[in-house]
Design a protein around this ligand. Structure first.
Ligand code: 13P
Length: 249
């Protein structure tokens, strides 16, 4: 059966000192969680975070990686580098990577393949822009984003895929998709996976919602049958609010 997951995407926030502080606030509280809990600090703090959390059931994950194993890619980080600091899950396709760093479906396809070849788990993000929703094109956009990057994968590979629907208009805006909008899209996504694969794959893949999830709305969003957790930005930077979201399960 699929897992419930709450993942904190810290984005470009928290230096080393702030990372240590937030981890120390989180680590004792998370032991009893019903959901799998992940945090994604910046690259420079992954090693320290992994060390601090090695005996705790909070997984330290990365926000991005390059598709090449090594070589002349100044400023980039490979899968094996992440694994060497204890990181085996990576977020790929975040809308901020797509928008500010021009990550296309073609690039993301290579990144996903590289992560899977390295036995890493992928949290694959996608979601429509506001104009897509206004023009009722959101289902087509999401279908294309998933199909172009993931639907060539073998059935077996899906054991290492987590999906994260993040409508761009809801990220960092305080505006959340309504529970009905989230459920409608998640059900559509599960249906797509089902028609391209089978019941086992579609029933076992966790589909997270991201976009202004807060303690006040988490329970209602997570209570939908096809919403299996959340990818949390701003509210993950504070231990109290992140824990309240984790405990919404
Ligand atoms: P916010 O929770 O700040 O809207 O960010 C969501 C997000 O982008 C998580 O990846």
């Amino acid at each position: 059966m699929r897992k419930n997951i709450v993942a904190g995407n810290w984005k470009m926030n928290n230096d080393l000192a702030a990372t240590k502080t937030l981890i120390s606030e989180l680590e004792n509280q998370v032991k009893t969680s019903e959901a799998e809990v992940m945090i994604a600090p910046t690259f420079t703090n992954l090693l320290e975070a992994s060390k601090l959390l090695k005996d705790c059931n909070i997984e330290v994950i990365a926000q991005n990686m390059h598709f090449a194993e090594n070589g002349a890619y100044t400023g980039e980080i490979s899968a094996s580098m992440l694994k060497s600091v204890g990181v085996t899950t990576v977020i790929l396709g975040h809308s901020e990577r797509r928008e500010y760093f021009n990550e296309t479906d073609e690039i993301l396809k290579q990144k996903v393949e590289a992560a899977l070849e390295n036995n890493m788990r992928v949290v694959f993000c996608f979601g429509e822009q506001l104009e897509d929703r206004k023009s009722e094109n959101h289902f087509n956009i999401v279908e294309g984003q998933i199909k172009n990057v993931l639907f060539h994968l073998e059935t077996e590979a899906w054991k290492n895929i987590v999906l994260a629907y993040e409508p761009v208009w809801a990220i960092g805006t305080g505006e959340t998709a309504s529970p009905e909008q989230a459920q409608e899209m998640h059900k559509f996504i599960r249906g797509l996976v089902n028609s391209n694969y089978n019941d086992i794959v579609s029933e076992n893949v966790s589909i997270l919602y991201g976009g202004s999830v807060k303690p006040a709305n988490a329970k209602e969003i997570f209570s939908n049958p096809d919403v299996d957790g959340g990818l949390i930005g701003g509210a993950a930077l504070n231990a109290e609010s992140f824990m309240a979201i984790v405990n919404a399960f």
